[in-house]
Design a protein around this ligand. Structure first.
Ligand code: KIV
Ligand code: ZN
Length: 518
């Protein structure tokens, strides 16, 4: 049995997806869930990029136990020092150093010669190795680099102390056979004791295929992100990589002669996907492999008949194995505070004091309107209501709506802002528009709604509406999420959630100082 290390980059490359901006508390919550999921490495951020990134990496390094915690760094010594400062308190710290090796990146972006890039790789890696024995090196845009030159740089990295060589297909240019060939060539050419890693982007929809081809060729670490998040079309989806290795063990035995395993607790995949979706504001497409809500749904009569006779007629995985059945009914309107906090604890959500009281009140409100509350509902309630423990400036007290298709819709909203109540009215071309106008007037946050997405948390006529919005205001793009049995209310809550983030950013601006590598 050989282990394929799962390196999760949701919090670094995933956070580089347009519109995603997670604060420290949100990143911590995701990191804790990743540890529960059993990933081997968490790439927590790029500390030199901003104070916010640094704080998040440091907080994760100090409190999340189990996985290796790594921080990204360019080869500059100040970058490496900053990365180390952020991860030094981790149980198992790693520094991940990168520099581009493709002709176009060296010429147009770095403006460096090949010799300069070699010197940079040597000095960055050896600086990192002075701090820790766990150093990863990446030749950015590896798949478009001259192979011989890249192997020279990789050899320099190993000679200076790198223990993992990650080969990025930065622009998603690779084709499985070709990328696998590259991995084989590196293993044959670069001498030393190191693990080869993959980092594949999805521009041609081949990120997972390329990563798996590389695994069959000998790579033993895969960099991936929950729900396939990442720059542009994203990174290889963690849940797909893990389940392919799990489900097609026979293929890897045949191709590489060894049985492969990951350390991932697959039953946590669906929950992790939901948490990441909720906190990033990126919805999961219904038919997404492994974690999509329809991934185990059978629509046609022939399929239903087959599955009833024997599940394996049309299913290659059991929904339970990936945690898709975890959305069972857990609570109802008669459930007390104790049962409520017990259920949250079982789901790994630990909240106490005021936070618990607030979430319980919101649970009761919703349970009054929806008979059965599922685990997925509970997660949504806690995430929306508490915003991961960060105090909201504005809470919704009431929302009243008037009008319809024959008269202009109007809304009146009452919000509490900690010290008192603010109220305002608005009108719009529909109920949701009117509610948003009222919130904008009450909070004085006037932005542009970039995206609006409605789905239901679980199925059924009394399902909670789950609304995600993306708002642009004050030069920031943020997302907000709201749940309710009523879609207009869920939309208003989602909008208010996003407004609260803008208010937080106004009070506590996060400035990105440098361009992050792709
Ligand atoms: O895609 C890429 O090349 C990266 C590196 C920084 C590893 O994300
Ligand atoms: Zn990347």
């Amino acid at each position: 049995m050989e282990r394929v290390r799962i390196f999760d980059t949701t919090l670094r490359d995933g956070e580089q997806s347009p519109g995603i901006s997670l604060d420290v508390a949100e990143k911590l919550e995701i990191a804790e869930q990743l540890a529960r999921l059993g990933v081997d490495v968490i790439e927590a951020g790029f500390p030199i990029a901003s104070q916010g990134d640094f704080d998040a990496v440091e907080a994760i390094a100090r409190s999340v136990r189990g996985p290796v915690i790594t921080a990204l760094s360019r080869t500059g010594l100040k970058d490496v020092d900053r990365a180390w400062e952020a991860v030094r308190d981790a149980q198992n710290p790693r520094i991940h150093v990168f520099i581009a090796t493709s002709p176009i990146h060296m010429k147009k972006k770095l403006r460096m010669t090949e010799d300069q890039v070699k010197a940079e790789a040597a000095s960055g890696v050896s600086r990192a190795r002075g701090y820790t024995a766990d150093v990863e090196f990446s030749p950015e845009d590896g798949s478009r680099s001259d192979v011989d030159f890249m192997c020279e740089v990789l050899q320099i990295a190993v000679d200076n102390g790198a223990t993992t060589l990650n080969i990025p297909d930065t622009v998603g240019y690779g084709i499985p056979e070709e990328y696998a060939g590259l991995i084989r060539h590196i293993l044959d050419t670069v001498n030393g004791d190191y693990v080869v890693s993959t980092h594949c982007h999805n521009d041609l929809g081949l990120a997972v295929a390329n990563s798996l081809a590389a695994v069959a060729a000998g790579a033993r670490q895969v960099e991936c992100a929950i729900n396939g998040l990442g720059e542009r079309a994203g990174n290889a989806a963690l849940e797909e990589i893990v389940m392919a290795i799990h489900t097609r063990g026979d293929y890897f035995v045949e191709r590489s002669g060894v049985r492969l395993e990951t350390g991932v607790r697959t039953e946590e995949l669906a929950r992790t996907s939901r948490i990441v979706s909720r906190l990033t504001g990126y919805p999961v497409q219904y038919n997404k492999a492994v974690v999509g809500r329809n991934a185990f749904a059978h629509e046609s009569g022939i399929h239903q008949h087959g599955v009833l006779a024997d599940r394996e007629t049309y299913e290659i995985m059991d929904a339970n194995i990936v945690g898709q059945e975890a959305a069972q009914i857990v609570l109802g309107k008669h459930s007390g505070r104790h049962a409520f906090s017990d259920s949250l604890a079982k789901m790994g959500i630990r909240i106490q004091g005021d936070a618990l009281n607030q979430a319980f009140t919101r649970f009761k409100e919703l349970a009054d309107r929806k008979v059965q509350i599922t685990e997925a509902d509970l997660e949504a309630i806690v995430a929306e209501e508490l915003g991961t423990g960060v105090v909201h400036r504005y809470d919704m007290v009431s929302l009243d709506l008037n009008g319809g298709t024959s008269s202009t819709p109007t809304a009146r909203v009452v919000l509490s802002d900690g010290s008192g109540k603010v109220e305002a009215s608005g009108e719009g071309n529909g109920m949701i528009d009117a509610a948003i106008a009222a919130i904008a007037a009450a909070t004085d946050v006037r932005g542009t709604l970039l995206d609006f997405n409605v789905s239901s948390v679980t199925g059924g006529g009394d399902a909670l509406g789950d609304v995600v919005v993306q708002l642009q205001a004050d030069g920031h793009k943020v997302s907000g999420r709201g749940v309710s049995t009523d879609v207009v209310e869920a939309s208003a809550r989602a909008y208010l959630n996003a407004v609260n983030k803008i208010v937080r950013l106004r009070e506590n601006p996060v400035v990105r100082d440098v361009e992050v590598g792709p």
